[in-house]
Design a protein around this ligand. Structure first.
Ligand SMILES: NC(=O)c1ccc[n+]([C@@H]2O[C@H](COP(=O)([O-])OP(=O)(O)OC[C@H]3O[C@@H](n4cnc5c(N)ncnc54)[C@H](O)[C@@H]3O)[C@@H](O)[C@H]2O)c1
Length: 311
């Protein structure tokens, strides 16, 4: 299998490392020719400073798009038109209608289009998902997420909802195995160009709720979630991947092996290309996350709940 990497910036360099380790990386591309040269030489693969040049010269099966959000649609469209399997970092597109266009194109050309909602591949989320599915501690009633970290000012194209809260929106949909019917949010900005703190409430059927708190202001890195079930509260940390279960007065720690979510996510995409039964994020699910993010922004601007009817 041959895979190319578009964007070797702060996050993309991790994909490049893993793809090289897995022996599938054949070329890298970054608009910054210094970066593409650096990673091309580091991993002994061809390097390009434009996607058009790469498409003219390389034969490959799939591509990772790890460029700023505002560039995802143009890059992914060209790759899908060339009938390549495409993994786009989150959020898939800035506008949900662009995501719909990409999803239709992928379907037409019979290729995989997926998006980097990495927490689904976090072993801790996987364990909680199984507990919820098996009703180990009864029914899931409520989810709560905290994702907080002082962020430098380098993300210019989107605010915290599109950049950060989307991870928790997808995880909430994944754990409830449902789409919200209503979104209510409050968001504001203190230091950044776009909103840098947000509280989002997603309402699912039967009055089930996910509460998502995100901020780029406070200095400590926090990435936690808890699942309130009818018989216990399951809490976990996305970073340490530790899981605790509070039932009666006892707190039980669940043993689980820590693994790199990005490796698992990449392996899953490669497995899907090979036709193995791997679970990738479906394009429509990623489009729905963007629709929910759009609704959260609108809700916070207008001060009203936004009702959705998602597929
Ligand atoms: N899943 C996660 O946990 C996670 C974490 C961080 C970032 N991300 C996502 O990854 C993407 C990239 O984020 P980042 O932090 O690496 O950004 P970055 O700015 O550090 O890197 C982006 C790179 O893309 C290159 N680039 C820009 N336009 C290009 C083009 N048209 N063609 C080729 N290269 C181009 C830039 O030169 C740069 O090297 C974003 O969508 C972001 O939301 C995901």
């Amino acid at each position: 299998m041959k895979i190319v990497q578009i964007g070797t910036g702060g996050w993309g360099k991790n994909h490049t490392r893993i793809l090289s380790q897995l022996g599938v990386l054949v070329a890298v591309c970054d608009a910054d020719s210094q970066k593409s040269k650096e990673y091309g030489e580091k991993y002994s693969v061809n390097h390009y400073d434009s996607l058009d040049k790469l498409l003219d010269s390389e034969e490959f099966d799939g591509a990772f798009v790890v460029t700023p959000t505002s560039t995802h649609t143009t890059i992914a469209k060209k790759l899908l038109e060339a009938k390549k399997h495409v993994f786009v970092e989150k959020p898939m597109t800035y506008k949900s209608e662009d995501g719909e266009t990409l999803a239709k194109l992928a379907e037409k050309n019979k290729v995989i289009l997926t998006c980097g909602y990495i927490e689904r591949f976090n072993p801790a989320v996987d364990v909680v998902k199984k507990m919820v599915k098996d009703k180990t501690y009864g029914d899931l009633v409520m989810l709560e997420f905290h994702r907080e970290n002082r962020m430098p000012l380098h993300i210019k194209d989107v605010g915290i909802i599109y950049d950060t809260s989307v991870h928790d929106i997808d995880t909430a949909n994944w754990l409830f195995d449902d789409m919200p019917q209503v979104v209510f949010a409050r968001a504001g900005k203190i230091k950044h160009e776009h909103e840098d703190f947000a509280s989002i409430m997603l309402g699912y059927k039967n009055d089930k709720v996910a509460i998502i708190s995100s901020n780029w202001i406070t200095p400590k890195k926090v990435r936690k979630f808890s699942a309130v079930c009818t018989d216990a509260i399951i809490s976990s940390d996305f970073i340490s991947q530790e899981i605790t279960v509070e039932k009666n007065e006892d707190t039980e720690t669940v043993q689980n092996e820590k693994q790199e979510p990005l490796l698992l996510e990449i392996q899953s995409f490669l497995g899907a290309i090979k036709g193995e039964n791997e679970q990738v994020v479906k394009a429509q699910q990623a489009v729905n996350v963007t629709k929910i993010a759009e609704a959260a922004l609108l809700s916070s601007q207008k001060g009203i709940p936004i009702y959705l009817d998602l597929k």
